[in-house]
Design a protein around this ligand. Sequence first.
Ligand code: PTJ
Length: 249
Amino acid sequence: MVEIAADPTHPRYQSLLMRHRLEEAEKKGMLAGSALIAHGRGEAFDYLLGEQTVPSALKATHQALAYLLAAQRPVISLNGNAVALAGKELLHLADQLKCPVEINIFYRTPERMEALLSHLEQIKREESFDVEILGANPDARIPGLEGPRANCVRRGIFDSDVVFVPLEDGDRCEALMAMGKTVLVVDLNPLSRTAQMASVTMVDELTRVVANMNIALTNQPHPFVDDTFQNEDALSAVLVHIRDYITSA
Ligand code: PTJ
């Protein structure tokens, strides 16, 4: 696996690289027990998209980025899979947006929090990113959720107006929406509760989304919020793409 993941000419290079990143993160204790199952589900949907960023997903990504740029208090919420797959790129994005990141995990244990925090702190040091990494000391709770997964940081997720939550679960997405926030999610499954409920759903693979955001930030003008954007329409467009892609295969 390591040899193949190091060979960019291999036809499955990207997919193998992602799996390799997850394996490494697993060894460091960063991941939830179901992390690889969640990733496998994502891979299955990615096949149906042709493992590419479809036009409606790129449009949603630009809309999400526009919300982040226009926000008063933007925050990027990170879970185990997101940190494992794109920790460096997400910190780069936060650095450019000048917003904090907050580690906010579904299956919360002190050991995982420690592993994720120290992994991100190491990247921050190595890359000299100027990003506040929140999550170590939660001091607020997301209303409507029970147990440790409700924990969050007041000056991070709790007080944010726009929250970018790659790979969120349906309950928390709903709870964040109920708090009146603009919720931006990445989910390869256009039929998931999260995808259906969010303000903006990017039906695309996480690392492609973050790369597209970072590229868009290098171009001028930056994307602006499109008031005509409808998330249902973006989701319908993805489903049409999947149908056409499958029938042409
Ligand atoms: O680190 P934690 O404790 O917060 O747990 C993280 C996981 C992802 C394990 C947890 O949130 C979970 O169980 O998620 P679900 O409910 O399985 O949902 C994950 C969703 O993300 C699924 O709909 C997948 O299709 C999608 N997905 C998985 N990998 C990717 C993805 N979407 C985009 N890019 C991916 N790389």
